[in-house]
Design a protein around this ligand. Structure first.
Ligand code: BGC
Length: 337
């Protein structure tokens, strides 16, 4: 296992390890110029091996849930591991987050980058086709981190790759994220059942706690009496991003922390955003005894919609032999000074 460090001309630093193609830490300045790590992570590999909920990892072959771990493709049925209640979550028992990727540092004119590759055998975790996946992290001197996902397959397969960083812009993972302000560029979200599988409906966010079209603090409505919040134990839902045809990199979200003055703008080619408010972080020791308390990190996972292989009205996630899967997400770091 190796860890690579990317640093840009302003001192922003991203550390990436080959286990899980994982973003281990991300150090950005607050408004006073002090650098802190703004994502949850550990200093040792052992802590990751002890079992963490996908901290900073690249999740695949299919990020998010597939109902009952089952889908049919070209008339053939497939059964995946059911590792999350009745459903398959984040690629099964040994998803891409638990694989060792190969890495190649590539300097570019706009900043340092690291390209990671992993070949997933046909049949691995139940998925058809040998899938060759690449994730490239590029830390640009304009204070942005671009994450490019690419894949090809020898046979038709569902693919959904996403980064699973947990942000805490206060720079101190002991603080809850409930005072962070969040804007999500989406008029609709996909409501779920009690096991977090979408019904297929795309519901208007207007007049619901899911309306983040203007910046709202995460905590302001999280305890509202609302069936969807109850199912998620808070926010754990997919938003249908408002896409503009002329702009392949559409605004997905802006997260900011009024205390530190940090903000991150997220742009993406993906159709969806899973906002997960860290509801399953439970204060139990993780890794080498480190404790992550309830809601001390939040995920903004740009991706395709959950359970797309079983949802004919959702954008397709099928990759066929000869096609190239390519998605991009960019995090732009700012302070309010
Ligand atoms: C899911 C959550 C899950 C978390 C960690 C998120 O992507 O939406 O339900 O608990 O990952 O496993």
């Amino acid at each position: 296992m190796q860890i690579y460090t990317l640093t840009n001309i302003h001192g922003i630093e991203a550390r990436i390890m080959t286990y899980g193609a994982t973003l281990v830490s991300l150090r950005t300045p607050d408004r006073a110029g002090h650098f802190n790590n703004v994502i949850l992570g550990f200093d040792t590999l052992d802590s990751y091996l002890a079992g963490v909920p996908y901290f900073g990892a690249t999740v695949g072959r299919y990020a998010n849930r597939i109902a009952n771990g089952r889908f049919t493709l070209d008339g053939k049925s497939y059964q995946l591991p059911q590792n999350n209640g009745p459903n398959s979550l984040h690629g099964g028992n040994q998803g891409f987050d638990k694989r060792v990727w190969t890495a190649e540092p590539i300097p570019t004119p706009t900043g340092p980058s690291l390209r990671l590759s992993y070949v997933s055998a046909a049949g691995e975790e139940g998925y058809p086709g040998e899938l060759t996946a690449h994730v490239t992290y590029r830390l640009n001197d304009d204070d942005s981190l671009a994450i490019d996902f690419e894949a090809t397959s020898t046979a038709p397969t569902p693919v959904n790759l996403a980064n699973h960083a947990y942000f805490n812009l206060t720079g101190d993972s002991r603080n809850a994220i409930l005072d962070h302000l969040l804007k999500i560029n989406a008029d609709r979200f996909t409501p779920v059942n009690a096991t977090l599988i979408p019904s297929g409906e795309m519901r208007e966010v207007a007049h619901t706690p899911f309306d983040f079209r203007t910046p709202q603090t995460i905590g302001s409505r999280i305890n509202d009496r609302d069936e969807q919040l109850r199912f998620g134990g808070g926010y754990d839902h997919n938003w249908v991003l408002n896409r503009s045809a002329s702009q392949p990199l559409t605004l997905a979200a802006v997260l900011s922390d009024p205390k530190s003055g940090r903000s991150i703008e997220i742009r993406t080619t993906q159709p969806g955003l899973q906002f997960y408010s860290g509801n399953f972080l439970d204060g139990k020791p993780a890794g080498a005894g480190t404790v992550f308390e309830y809601r001390t990190g939040l995920c903004l996972e740009t991706q395709h919609f959950p359970d797309s292989p079983n949802q004919p009205t959702f954008p397709s996630t099928v990759l066929r032999a000869g096609q190239i899967y390519a998605e991009k997400t960019v995090l732009i770091f700012r302070t309010d000074k």
